[in-house]
Design a protein around this ligand. Structure first.
Ligand SMILES: [Zn+2]
Length: 115
């Protein structure tokens, strides 16, 4: 691993205090690097969390697919419904077939235990 000098761009040893080329302190560059790597780690750990697409039981208008998609994509449910509607119109019905296939293929979300 190496560290780039923020001032002159020279490559320094990972644990060098100052740039070998221009003498600039490398503390800042190291901080930034650590932060960057931390952010990267958080991202990957987030990515490993399994996110499944379900049709919603609780918020369904037709099949619960829109609600499920909204939840899955982190979008507003009304926005998803509007997007479907626009897609229906624009595609001349092809999207309706896609919607029905998805509605059949995607399972309903597991029942939430109410205690
Ligand atoms: Zn330097």
């Amino acid at each position: 691993m190496s560290l780039y000098c923020p001032s002159c761009g020279a490559v320094n040893e990972e644990f060098a205090e100052f740039c070998a080329s221009c003498g600039e302190s490398l503390a800042k560059a190291r901080d930034r690097k650590v932060k960057h790597e931390k952010a990267k780690q958080e991202k990957t750990s987030e990515g490993t969390e399994e996110k499944k697409l379900y049709r919603s039981r609780t918020d369904k208008m037709v099949t619960g697919l829109s609600a499920g998609l909204a939840k899955y994509l982190d979008l507003d449910i009304d926005l998803v419904r509007i997007l479907w509607l626009i897609a229906f119109v624009v595609s001349g019905g092809i999207v309706l077939v896609v919607y029905l296939i998805m509605a059949m293929a995607i399972p309903l979300e597991p029942e939430v235990e109410t205690t």
